[in-house]
Design a protein around this ligand. Structure first.
Ligand SMILES: C[S@@+](CC[C@H](N)C(=O)[O-])C[C@H]1O[C@@H](n2cnc3c(N)ncnc32)[C@H](O)[C@@H]1O
Length: 323
């Protein structure tokens, strides 16, 4: 998975853009960026409106989320904003010069970090329970054929025992500790501020028995063969990441769904009243479009079912989010 996505000529390393292969909230509607703009304003206030306010997008893809937040920010806040895309893929044309583009996380952050659909692309191993015990699965990238390999390492076993115990032969788990470490490295860099991870997720009570590994190419699902031709992704054990973030210094945590978080940030999906169509037809159409976009972002069977992990260091959690 590491080589297929990020090795030389890997799917992301060579600059494939997520929007060409699947639809993230960022590309579904600019109202996603606007909601994060409201969250940013709250973090700014909690930090006492500093002279420099960091805004980091980890796994920034096209850079559209940062571009949207910047465009929607009040001029006074925008002037103090230091927006940075952390992205392995090369900088796309058209990203505003104001946005810094780098491949690694900055040393310290005072402000807001967003990681939308980043952790599901952090490579991991798959383990299957066999009659001889758990085995790490090996896959031939040329054919997709799988076979059981060695027993998982002690670190893998510890993680499995705590977060994803296997029961019957055939059960599979995706060993999430690389995502825990990745998330801890984000929270650990927060001097003061808030970090938000948004992703397909599950918790210990709802792990899928056969795992979630999936491949995407050109808008379709394809077998998750790690040959560099497609995105390879697996849902995120956000509860395990929560614990890792707490160990890395998070002082408050909220684990919720995108539906709950975005509704709290003002996205309702409610259609405008019909009489508006007579009084203000343009206003009605515009409100109707917004309602449709909100409905997609908060759909519990789609993007609204994503998990939101919000962790703060040295400031309270944004008070518009549910406590
Ligand atoms: C699924 S895409 C999400 C893009 C964007 N956040 C969005 O919502 O449209 C994941 C992105 O994370 C980037 N990525 C993965 N691991 C990374 C890492 N360790 N450092 C920087 N970027 C990374 C990939 O190159 C890819 O562009």
């Amino acid at each position: 998975m590491e080589r297929a996505l990020y090795g030389q000529d890997g799917f992301y390393r060579r600059g494939e853009r997520p929007a060409e292969h699947f639809r993230t909230s960022v590309h579904a509607s600019a109202r996603f960026a606007a909601a994060f703009g409201r969250l940013l304003a709250e973090v700014d206030a909690a930090l006492g409106r500093p002279g420099r306010l960091d805004l980091i997008d980890v796994g920034a893809g096209s850079g559209r989320l940062l571009t949207g937040i910047l465009a929607a920010a009040e001029p006074e806040l925008a002037a103090r904003l230091a927006p940075t895309a952390v992205e392995i893929a090369p900088r796309p044309a058209g990203v505003p010069d104001r946005i810094a583009w780098r491949a690694d996380l900055p040393g310290t952050v005072n402000g807001l970090v967003i990681a939308n659909e980043w952790l599901d692309n952090v490579p991991l191993d798959v383990v299957e329970q066999t009659p001889d015990g758990p085995r790490t699965m090996l896959v031939d990238p040329a054919t997709g054929a799988e076979r059981p390999g060695a027993a998982p390492s002690p670190e893998d076993r510890d993680w499995l025992e705590l977060w994803w115990p296997l029961r019957e032969p055939g059960d599979r788990a995706e060993i999430g500790h690389p995502r825990c470490s990745a998330w801890a490295s984000v929270v650990g860099r927060l001097d003061r501020g808030v970090a938000v991870a948004v992703d397909y997720s599950h918790t210990r009570a709802s792990r899928p028995v056969y795992g979630t590994l999936a491949g995407y190419r050109d808008g379709s699902t394809v077998p998750a063969v790690p040959d560099g031709s497609c995105d390879v992704t697996a849902h995120v054990a956000l509860d395990a990441c929560t614990a890792a973030g707490e160990r890395a210094g998070a002082t408050s945590t909220l684990l919720t769904t995108q539906r709950t978080a975005l509704r709290a940030l003002g996205l309702s999906g409610t259609r405008p009243p019909l009489d508006l169509a007579h009084r203000d037809p343009r206003g009605y159409l515009s409100a109707l479009c917004s309602a449709g976009e909100d409905a997609e972002l908060i759909d519990p069977a789609g993007l609204g079912g994503f998990g939101w992990l919000v962790q703060a260091v040295g400031v309270p959690l944004p008070c518009s989010l549910p406590g």
